[in-house]
Design a protein around this ligand. Sequence first.
Ligand code: SME
Length: 158
Amino acid sequence: MTDQERQTRYEQLREEIFAVVSGETYLPARLATASCLLAEAFRPRFFWTGFYVVDPLKSEELVVGPYVGTLGCLRIPFTRGVCGACAASGETQLVPDVHAFPGHIACDSRTNSEIVVPVFNSDGTLAAVLDVDSEQPDAFDEIDKAGLEAICAGLLTA
Ligand code: SME
């Protein structure tokens, strides 16, 4: 797939995901839809595709939400791992080599690179993070970042 094709694929996916979740009031249904369609579209580069949701009952802790992939860890404090860094900073984390990332949590040792994108509520607070892991080293670039950010930006309101 060329860069142009990948960019177009992200635009199509955004439309498709938003069309499926339009009007849906149950958050896990929205997150499950995005996980499924993203994982299918970019298989096998996307090895683990899913969400960690901010736990409303715990301070600064993520809990696993809908995902496609091998068993994920259940909870991630904001102080740990790539997901924690994304949650704490509110910024996308693009990690070409997870083994070089301080505090990386190895839920599956086959993961070599990763991208984590924040998902915000309409009031600007953090709702969740989208975590995509790959077995390939350096699997993600600016096209993935822009494509995933555009999907995450509208995922709760579409
Ligand atoms: N790699 C993540 C942990 C979650 S999983 O890999 C599914 C991290 O360091 O935040």
